[in-house]
Design a protein around this ligand. Structure first.
Ligand SMILES: [Zn+2]
Ligand SMILES: [Zn+2]
Ligand SMILES: [Zn+2]
Length: 215
């Protein structure tokens, strides 16, 4: 028989499967255990901490496309009201084409998009950010932060694979060269065979591995 079925499980249900499931599912359970272990006050903080640990980076972005904040009552879900009567609606009816939109914050957006975590409002984010930094100290999570006013002395050093000699290298060991347009430089040259990266041609691809350097 193959009675495979996709289920949505909450964390308590997932923990019942701990050590009793496939390797694939166990990976997800391990993540949940790690998040719970942080003892964070919210899912936002717990998931953010895991993303920071796994990516070696702490970044945040704000956008104006949040429909509600799940962590407070300041940003209720809803719709703008029609200001006057129309052919299909009356004054004061909800305009379902115009949901309320609030400013929201997300942490490590690429990672977070993948996990489907919702954003939070600026007030909640202010508190969560404090908690995240405090938990990073408590759990000795080292991650690069380049956000204005929060810059730290830690850098994430990405590993790459040479397109020519196939050797591995750290980005910090690669000779840099100036970008074609504008200011700045980019990591270009393989320290083993001197093969360069070009903007439109071959490049030394990130392997997904990184190390943390402390200045
Ligand atoms: Zn209408
Ligand atoms: Zn909020
Ligand atoms: Zn090389």
């Amino acid at each position: 028989m193959n009675l495979t079925k996709s289920l949505t499980l909450n964390e308590d249900e997932m923990l019942l499967l701990d050590g009793k499931c496939t390797e694939e599912n166990q990976k997800e359970i391990n993540k949940i255990k790690e998040i719970l272990n942080f003892g964070a006050t919210s899912e936002f903080v717990g998931r953010a901490l895991l993303s920071i640990k796994e990516s070696g980076e702490f970044r945040w972005v704000s956008s104006h496309d949040m429909s509600t904040c799940l962590y407070c009552d300041n940003c209720p879900r809803g719709y703008q009201k029609y200001p006057r009567n129309g052919r299909h609606h009356r004054k004061g009816d909800s305009n379902h084409d115009k949901p309320y939109r609030y400013r929201g914050f997300t942490v490590n957006p690429a990672f977070v998009r993948f996990t489907g975590i919702a954003g939070c409002c600026p007030t909640c984010f202010g508190k969560f950010r404090e908690e995240i930094f405090q938990k990073m100290r408590e759990f000795d999570i080292k991650a690069q932060c380049k956000m204005h006013g929060y810059e730290n002395e830690i850098s994430k050093d990405e590993q790459r694979k040479c397109h020519n000699c196939k050797e591995l290298m750290w980005t910090s060991e690669m000779r840099r060269e100036p970008v074609m347009i504008g200011n700045g430089t980019f990591a270009s040259e393989c320290p083993h065979c001197k093969a360069r990266s070009s903007t439109f041609g071959n490049s030394h691809h990130y392997t997904g591995e990184f190390r943390i350097l402390e200045k």
